[in-house]
Design a protein. Structure first.
Length: 80
């Protein structure tokens, strides 16, 4: 079974650059909602958090991350 949530956070490095950290979890914690820029719920097919692009739908965000992550995202997507 694939994980239910995709959680994307950004961490600022000492050199001023940003690292994107993408996690896949079955359970969502308060810290994820507070710190993540994007949280996608694969089961409900909705954006729980989306502060990167508030206008984008769940489907828009999935397509964006498919382009960004490619085959690394595929195993985590629910089977329709």
């Amino acid at each position: 079974m694939s994980e239910r949530y995709m959680i994307v956070t950004y961490v600022k490095k000492p050199n001023g650059m940003w690292d994107e950290v993408t996690e896949f979890k079955n359970n969502l914690k308060t810290k994820h909602i507070q710190s993540a820029k994007v949280v996608l719920d694969f089961k409900e097919k909705k954006c729980v958090v989306n502060s990167l692009n508030r206008e984008a739908s769940y489907e828009d965000m999935i397509e964006f991350y498919k382009r960004m992550l490619g085959d690394r995202l595929t195993p985590h997507l629910p089977k329709d």
